[in-house]
Design a protein around this ligand. Sequence first.
Ligand code: ATP
Length: 234
Amino acid sequence: DSSEPVIGLRDVTRRFGAKVALDRVSLSVPRGVVFGLVGANGAGKTTLIRHVLGLLKAQTGSVRVFGANPVADPAGVLARIGYLSEENDLPGWMRVPEFVRYSRAFYPRWDDGYAEELRHTFELPAGTRICNLSKGQRARVGLLVALAHRPELLVLDEPSSGLDPLVRRDILEAVIRTIADEGRTVLFSSHLLDEVERVSDHVCLLNQGRIVFSAPLDELKESHRSLTVRFDAP
Ligand code: ATP
């Protein structure tokens, strides 16, 4: 069903001990949209994303991804998602082609030709161990693996932390736009509002586990001033 949202959260609350990481979060991400999630460190972005991936189970409320509960069928859901984590923890002893071969085992719809094309586009050397690549190169390896099975949903958790502005613009923004132009969906998190604004169709601000603003980009721009003040307050 193409009218069904790709991601739907309803009243999701998540506690870690006394800490409320997500507080009655509801959101809906339609197909083909770039959905930007903005928030300071600790706002709950990663926790939200981990619910979408089925890595965390909702304590209350419901999570739907492609119409299903990701906890009930994590493998089925994950096969349709490309995911780049904030840590981007890669095996340093492998060379890029080895890591590509390793990663393809997890994705039934892996596209070898496209993976090799991305390796060239991202200018990733074949003969170097991952531990000897720069942080930016490692981010591109992570992105390659997230893209090579042509996921219906691309989830990027603060992907630009290690990237210089040029790489950000040339690679990250281009990748995100291409995916959206093809009618696929992107969930993109960052602590930088301007970065999210540049690529997103819809912006959602998280503050201490709560959604404080969620609207299409144009509405965000209108209320920009008051929001910035609110967002930057300690
Ligand atoms: P960052 O940019 O630092 O990754 P974030 O917006 O992704 O921030 P989360 O990582 O989702 O934020 O964390 C939200 C809150 O929940 C934080 O206060 C964090 O300390 C807490 N938290 C997250 N995971 C756990 C956990 N496994 N155990 C205890 N507390 C946790």
